[in-house]
Design a protein around this ligand. Structure first.
Ligand code: GLC
Length: 562
């Protein structure tokens, strides 16, 4: 058996730009993280995942890397990085890095060489193709395929220099690396070993299920009303993905202990995830699946679909069952790409914000899997009150807005409604440390405004209040360390048809836990027998009335011997 310490661990994601600014330039930095390590140690998390801190033109806030083996000067230096790593390790926290190797920046020397001529030795490190047969290079519709990019517009950019196009599934400043070329894979492996030798503890692998493409690059399906086609069938879980991950495992991870690897995999299925996370196969420890964060998305991307709790339970229940005997789940509500969960699935009004944030945390952390906490989630931070499009900074929001409004005939209002609810900038407003003018994030002008509610919702106030979301998360994380059934117990979903209550049991040997969360603003009664007299281990409100009647947004965890 492999070493699976991470089953008992909780991971905390830091988005460095927005975490803490120590030098007053309005942008978070590594020194800022060092200054707040005690906050993280007090919370009790085991692993820190850093979103990219490498040199980058910041077109996609660092997910466009121009040098894989250095630190972005806005964030610090390698020496400060080493200090951060030592500070984390001294507090028994590990650090995993973001690995963004589906694409590089167009300013990476590899791409600069690749674009310089058709016979440059690095030409084949990226996906270069001529115009569509019979069409003139650079004219509308001459792109090699009809694919749209995730951030709006076509997935191909015409390059004057050689008259060919290069593929970019994300922005045109993020050209896709060609993993078919063994030199690309070797360069990535060498870079990864360099970071591990430096002492980092693993990687979160950005869109790693897109690295293998169907080399015939077929056209995609065009959905009604959209300007470009969905090409994902040709690059999600492509033909050589398992092979590439197994090779990486052999070349980079074999023989090293104590590491954590998690692959971000939009669109991955349960069956594929079983293969990816089966320790016998040597790929990754766990994956980030997306089904549950797509639960409130319909076929029309510009319509808001309200949460249907039964659908959420069906999705997460399927993932629990599918990875019960083989593999392992990651558990998350939030990250730097998702809106704040208390605004999305809870109630962020003053009356229910704290209770619903705690309830959501309870339900998530008590599933079987490794929970991820995104910065500010432990405070119950909310979405930001964005106004017009000029208040958004995210390249995805701006690109999709442009495509929808200019090419697809959507009204600005319908698009803005969705961006306000779902836009990635909601996660990226600065961390709320205290009630001072910029929330204690910076003494300068923050790159994105601090949520005005930082006067109420901030770390300083919550650390002083034993009833806060922060201290509740601390107890929740502690429960994983003291009650083995949390990490190792079997999972059984209950009440699958209930639209208000999310209920399940966890069982390990003679211990059984019952977890219930009320996802509604009304009192609700759970019809579950046999729990009279059970021990109440955790709740976010007062003890529920007999017969498991839960108050609005209440969560309970009971324990009994069986
Ligand atoms: C991942 C990242 C996201 C980024 C994209 C392209 O989905 O989480 O922030 O924009 O990949 O790198």
């Amino acid at each position: 058996m492999t070493d699976s310490w991470w089953k008992k661990s909780v991971v905390y994601q830091i988005y460095p730009r927005s975490f803490a600014d120590a030098d007053g330039d309005g942008m978070g930095d590594l020194r800022g993280i060092i200054d707040h390590l005690d906050h993280l140690a007090e919370l009790g998390v085991d692993v820190l995942w850093l979103s990219p801190v490498y040199p980058s033109p910041q077109d996609d806030n660092g997910y466009d890397i121009s040098d894989y083996q250095d630190i972005e000067p806005l964030f610090g230096t390698l020496e400060i990085f080493d200090e951060l790593l030592a500070g984390a390790h001294a507090r028994n926290m590990k650090i995993i890095m973001d690995l963004v190797v589906n694409h590089s920046s167009d300013e990476h020397p590899w791409f600069q060489e690749s674009r310089s001529s058709k016979d440059n030795p690095k030409r084949d490190w990226y996906w270069w193709r001529p115009a569509r047969p019979g069409m003139d290079s650079g004219t509308p519709g001459a792109e090699p395929t009809n694919w749209g990019s995730v951030f709006g517009g076509p997935a191909w950019e015409h390059d004057e220099k050689t008259g060919e196009y290069y593929l970019h599934l994300f922005s045109k400043k993020q050209p896709d690396l060609n993993w078919e070329n063994p030199e690309v894979r070797q360069a990535v492996h060498a870079m990864m070993r360099w970071w591990l030798d430096r002492g980092v503890d693993g990687f979160r692998m950005d869109v790693i299920n897109m690295i293998s493409k169907d080399v015939s690059l077929p056209d995609g399906r065009l959905n009604a009303g959209s300007a470009y086609a969905d090409g994902s069938a040709a690059f999600i879980g492509g033909p050589r993905l398992h092979e590439f991950l197994q090779e990486m495992h052999r070349e980079v991870f074999a023989g090293r202990d104590g590491l954590l690897t998690v692959g971000e995999m939009p669109g991955v299925t349960v069956d594929e995830a079983r293969l990816h996370t089966d320790p016998e196969r040597g790929e990754v420890d766990m994956v980030f699946q997306f089904d549950h964060v797509w639960v409130d998305r319909g076929p029309d991307p510009w319509l808001l679909v309200p949460l249907q709790l039964t659908a959420l339970k069906a999705i997460l229940g399927r993932w629990q069952a599918g990875l019960a005997d083989v593999g392992w789940n990651s558990l998350y509500w939030n990250n730097h790409d998702q809106p704040r969960v208390v605004s999305r699935f809870g109630d962020d009004s003053p009356a229910h914000r704290a209770a619903s944030a705690k309830m959501l945390g309870t339900v998530l952390h008590l599933h079987r899997g490794t929970p991820y906490v995104y910065q500010g989630e432990e405070l119950g931070m909310t979405n930001h009150p964005f106004g017009g499009i000029d208040e958004f900074r995210d390249i995805e929001a701006l690109g999709q807005y442009r495509q929808a409004v200019e090419l697809e005939g959507r009204t600005p209002e319908e698009v803005l409604r969705v961006l306000r609810a779902r836009g990635r900038d909601n996660a990226r407003t600065p961390m709320q440390w205290d009630d001072s003018p910029h929330g204690g994030f910076t003494t300068g002008t923050p790159w994105l405004p601090v949520n005005p509610n930082h006067t109420e919702i901030n770390a300083r106030a919550q650390r002083a209040d034993p009833e806060s979301v922060f201290h509740y998360y601390r107890r929740l994380i502690e429960l994983r360390k003291t009650e083995p059934a949390v990490a190792d117990g079997d999972f059984t979903m209950l009440l699958p048809h209930d639209e208000r209550l999310y209920a399940f049991t966890r069982r390990l040997g003679a211990t059984e836990l019952l977890v219930i969360g009320n996802f509604s603003g009304v009192e609700a009664r759970a019809e579950i027998d046999g729990w009279e007299g059970a021990e109440l281990v955790l709740t976010n409100l007062e003890r529920p009335a007999a017969g498991l009647t839960l108050q609005p947004w209440q969560a309970v965890v009971y324990r009994r011997a069986v």
